[in-house]
Design a protein. Sequence first.
Length: 64
Amino acid sequence: MRQPEELGGDGEGTNPEQLFAIGYAACFAASLALVGQRKQLRADDAAIDAKVMLIPVPPSTPQT
């Protein structure tokens, strides 16, 4: 795991955003399959496509 260029890293390797996106997408897919199973619906062919970006915010910037 390495930091992305936007956070001062060299941009090589897997970055934290990618790991977060993979984990979130896998959890969402498992939840979707579980809900489908409970409703007796097939959801095993569902595809999840995720894009996540963590952008540094200067301390003086108000956050909403």
